[in-house]
Every structure is written in C-alpha cells, then in structure tokens.
Design a protein around this ligand. Structure first.
Ligand code: SF4
Length: 290
C-alpha cells in the first residue's frame, strides 16, 4: 500500500481502506482548491494499483468493509480500469460492503448509462460529488466546470444506475456579493439532486489559490461567520431532499451539526438560530481545519 503525497478523503471514510488509483484531479481548476495543485493528474499504473489491493487483502482482508478510491475524481478512470480494480477488491476483501469515490459532474456525465450501470454491478455504490453551489454565477466564478443543470443531470444518471450520492456544498463560495443567491440556489440544487447524504463545508481562502489572488485584488470578499451561518440556515430551511443524512461535521465548519432532512429540519434550524443569537458556542478559529 503505497501513497503519493497527501491523501484526502471524506470524514465518513475514516475507517475505509483508501486505495489511491489516480493521482490528483483531472479537472484541477476550482479557484478555491489547493488539494492537488502540485500534482499533475494521472491514472496510476493498473498493475501497481492491483498490487496494493492484493497487499491490503493479505494484511487486512476480513476487516475491510469499505474501500474509498482516491484521489480527487477517481470516477474519471475508464471502465476497463475500474472493472479490474473492483474485481480485485471483491476478491481481496470478502466482507466488502461498499466502494466509493469522488466524482465530478463532468466525469459522471461523460460516462454512458450502460457504463454507470456496469460500475454499480461491479460494486461502486457511492459517489461523493461537490457542486459547492447551486448559483450559476457562482459556478462560473469558482470555475467548477459545470453548472446547475449539469449537476441535476449527473445526479439523475447516478440514481438511474443505482448509485447513492453524497453531495457537498461550500458555505461562503458566493462571497458577500452572491451570498443569498448562493444559499438559495444550493437549496434548490439539493432538492433537484436529491442526494442520500448532504454535507456543508465552510470556505477557507487558502494562500496561493486563484480565489486568494482575487481576494487580494478586491474581487472577492468572504462573508462573515454570521453571514455563512445565515447561508447554512437558508439551505437547511429550503432544501427538500426525500431523505438525506445531513452533516456539518467537517473540520472547516464553525457549527458541527447532524441529523436527517427533512425530518430534523426544525431542530437544525433552531440550532443555527441559537448560534446566531450567541447561545451556542462556535468552533474557535484555531480549531478549524481545511
Ligand atoms: S474537482 Fe474537486 S479536487 Fe478537483 S479542483 Fe475542484 S474541488 Fe479540487
């Protein structure tokens, strides 16, 4: 099991075996993201990846229930590559329950329905996708490479193939200028994508990223903490997924919350109101992470 550079994974994959089948992100243009800036994207040599799976199987075989395939948008790999990896994972981990990966709307929409269906049959059952916003102006500003309708289509295609979706949105992504549109658009997109899991993260402007340069030129202003809590409130109050597990447990957030939407909507909104009124303590700045 060999890893190249820093590995990023969703918080919910903390107990998963992480298999680095790709290096970096095939898009790598989002203005706020520095995760793979230093990496030139490539699909790892298949033999190397399969050797890692065999080693992990020999070491942890029975213990592995979940596999997360890294890096930034591993869905981009072609079907042949995925098939070999998923076959190897099923052989190496007899108690395997779930294989997941990050995906973008671009690479989800580039796969045919038959390919997605085949991937699901082979065991790829959960995709993490980060539209970050539902506001088309913000999509363009953050250079996501896809907009509202692309994400709706991507979600429909994943659902048709039988895959679950974990959607990630980013508080603050619209700046002060688009804060309201960003929050309302994100709520609309949650409703349309109807994911099984919904996570909100909070934007941190990282030095060296395009958005940091824009901020330095006065072209972007991060909302205040109160402004981002208001975005959180709007998204929770307006989003209407069928049934989504909701979390703000990522280290970037000021207010860690969890529950189910729509069932726990009132409780979560009340918690945000409590934080806005100063009755619930926020995570201090020093304790936040990216
Ligand atoms: S698609 Fe994800 S990993 Fe790639 S640049 Fe955008 S945020 Fe970063």
């Amino acid at each position: 099991m060999r890893y190249e550079d820093t590995i990023y994974r969703p918080p919910s994959e903390a107990k998963s075996y992480i298999l680095q089948a790709t290096i970096g992100c095939s898009w790598n243009h989002c203005t706020y993201c520095d995760m793979y800036l230093a990496k030139k994207f490539r699909v790892r040599e298949l033999e190397e990846t399969l050797a890692d799976v065999r080693t992990a199987g020999a070491t942890y075989g029975d213990e592995v229930r979940k596999v997360f395939v890294a890096d930034g948008d591993a869905l981009v790999m072609d079907l042949e590559h995925w098939q070999a990896i998923l076959d190897a994972c099923r052989a190496a981990f007899p108690r395997l329950r779930r294989v997941s990966a990050y995906a973008t709307a671009i690479n989800l929409n580039a796969k045919s329905e038959a390919e997605l269906q085949r991937l699901r049959e082979l065991g790829l059952s959960l995709l993490y996708i980060g539209p970050e916003t539902g506001d088309d102006a913000t999509f363009k500003r953050i250079a996501k490479g896809a907009g509202f309708d692309d994400h709706v289509t991507a979600a429909q295609r994943a659902r048709t193939a039988g895959m679950a979706l974990s959607a990630i949105f980013l508080l603050g992504a619209g700046g002060t200028e688009r804060s309201e549109e960003h929050a309302r658009g994100s709520a609309r997109l949650v409703t349309e994508m109807d994911p099984e899991f919904l996570s909100l993260l909070t934007l941190t402007v990282i030095p060296g990223t395009p958005i940091a340069r824009l901020q330095a030129r006065g072209g972007f202003e991060l909302p205040t903490v109160e402004g981002m809590l208001r975005e959180l409130r709007t998204i929770v109050a307006l989003a209407k997924p069928t049934e989504a597990i909701f979390r703000t447990n990522h280290a970037s957030n000021y207010l860690p919350l969890s529950g189910r939407l729509p069932r726990d909507r009132q409780r979560i909104v009340a918690a945000v109101d409590g934080a806005l009124a100063g009755e619930i303590a926020l995570r201090p700045e020093w304790a936040r992470g990216l």
